[in-house]
Design a protein. Structure first.
Length: 452
């Protein structure tokens, strides 16, 4: 039998053990109802009832080459047979090669790679490195951002997931980054938004004390917070401000990197080279946990004779690095980055704009490559979000109903607050993209019913 096929008995056992023993992230344990997943391939996964879903969320926006790519699975198997694990202090073929391939693709002189097990640890180490390099302690980050679930990373985060953990925020200061559709600066054009956001950042730095600020961290294109592509000139302006004040610029490309925006790294769109660049997710499509930090020559030189005080037992794990090497080769051989750019520009962007014209609930379409958001609203004129910021329970019903409609029709959406993101695998085919867009189109009538 070839999957997907129904096996409800196994599904029930999987679900029962999960409910009895698995403690899930970001959740009230008694009210969640996790779907038991039997398998996955390419852009699809399926449950134990044999129901298939087209994954428009790429897991948590990380399966950039889809599920179960045979070449990456084979590379992990081969590495497991050769050398399944080895401590980080040694030079290991898979680790050396992964570092070389990543450094060759990161912009500018980011030539040294510090490996972690995921994005949050990459952010933790970026801020630690910036603090040690500059001898300063503060870190500035944006509202409407996500940087990870560990101590420093969650404090840098600019969304409600930070609120319960804010007590360790020593030295973290938040500022507003540009977002024209919901402009914190009352701007009417992208030029105004860029200019005013830069002036606001300058003022924040002046009042915090430039000589106290080690780092500014920004998602190159903010992801979970809403896919807000920065207006022309903004990131270049931030780069100039950092240079003028001796502040380390950290670009967080955990979500935006490795093809997601139609380039290897989103920084390429803006012709900006950070001092530190964090990555994870797409580096190996999450087949084995891996993240890291690409480091400039200047910062690497700080630690040439002075030890870097940080490390992780599984830093540069051979299985994860072998998966990264295979993933990068697959992305090159199969033109995955170009596919993300092309399908994004030719299929997804135009289709979403047509959808926005048809549906009163779609306030704005934003994005590029395989990285799109629909901002859902109660009313296009007022731009009032379809559900309030951080809504839960009954207040969130319109988004919950919309999500349920997508799932019933076989589409797994990415939903955050009043937005649905369109973030399929970067190697999604045109036919798959169209299939998902058609379901989205239909399901949005559920959101339309809540407009006024
Ligand atoms: N930074 C960004 C921009 C992210 O989107 C995420 C995760 O979604 C993280 C950091 C944290 O990565 P991880 O969950 O691998 O720790």
């Amino acid at each position: 039998m070839t999957p997907p096929y129904a096996d409800p008995e196994t599904g029930a056992a999987v679900k029962a053990a999960d409910r009895a023993h698995v403690f899930h992230s970001w959740s009230a344990q008694a009210v969640i109802d996790p779907l038991a997943v039997a398998g996955a391939e390419g852009s699809y996964f399926w449950d134990y009832d044999g129901k298939r879903y087209l994954d428009f969320s790429s897991g948590l926006v990380y399966t950039n080459i889809g599920y179960q790519h045979p070449k990456v699975v084979a590379a992990i198997q081969e590495q497991a047979g050769k050398l399944a694990t080895f401590a980080p202090a040694f030079a290991i073929e898979a680790r050396s090669e992964a570092a070389r391939l990543i450094a060759e693709r990161t912009p500018g002189d980011l030539n040294k790679i510090f490996f972690t097990n995921g994005g949050a640890e990459a952010v933790e180490n970026a801020i630690r490195m910036a603090r040690l390099h500059t001898g300063r302690h503060k870190a500035l980050s944006a509202y409407r951002s996500y940087h990870g679930g560990t101590s420093t990373a969650i404090n840098l985060t600019g969304d409600p997931r930070r609120w319960p953990s804010d007590q360790a925020a020593a030295g973290v200061v938040h500022f507003w980054a540009p977002f024209l559709y919901r402009s914190p600066f009352y701007s009417e054009t992208e030029e105004q938004e860029s200019e005013r956001a830069l002036a606001h950042l300058e003022a924040t730095i002046a009042f915090e004390g430039p000589a106290t600020i080690a780092a500014i961290i920004l998602e190159t294109v903010p992801g979970t917070a809403g896919i807000m592509t920065p207006p022309p000139g903004y990131l270049k302006g931030v780069r100039e401000i950092c240079d003028r004040h001796g502040i380390v610029l950290v670009l967080d490309e955990v979500m935006a990197g490795f093809g997601r925006t139609g380039k290897w790294f989103a920084a390429e769109h803006f012709d900006v080279v950070p001092d530190l660049l964090t990555f994870a997710k797409g580096v190996n499509s999450g087949y084995v946990p891996l993240g890291g930090l690409a480091i400039s020559e200047e910062i690497a030189a700080t630690f040439a004779t002075r030890p870097y005080p940080g490390g992780l037992t599984y830093s540069g794990h051979p299985l994860a690095c072998a998966a990264a090497v295979a993933t990068i080769h697959v992305m090159e051989e199969e033109g995955v980055v170009d596919n993300a750019a092309r399908v994004g520009e030719d299929i997804i962007g135009p289709a979403l704009r047509a959808i926005a014209d048809r549906h009163p609930s779609v306030g704005e379409v934003r994005g590029l490559g395989m990285f799109w958001a629909l901002d859902l609203v109660k009313n296009k004129e007022t731009r009032e979000p379809l559900v309030p910021y951080n809504a839960a329970g009954a207040d969130n019903a319109p988004m919950a109903e919309f999500g349920a409609a997508c799932k019933r029709a076989g589409l797994w959406p990415f939903i955050n607050m009043n937005r649905t993101h369109v973030v399929p695998a970067c190697n999604v085919s045109e036919a798959e993209a169209k299939e998902g867009l058609a379901i989205l189109d239909e399901a949005l009538s559920v959101a339309d019913a809540h407009t006024v």
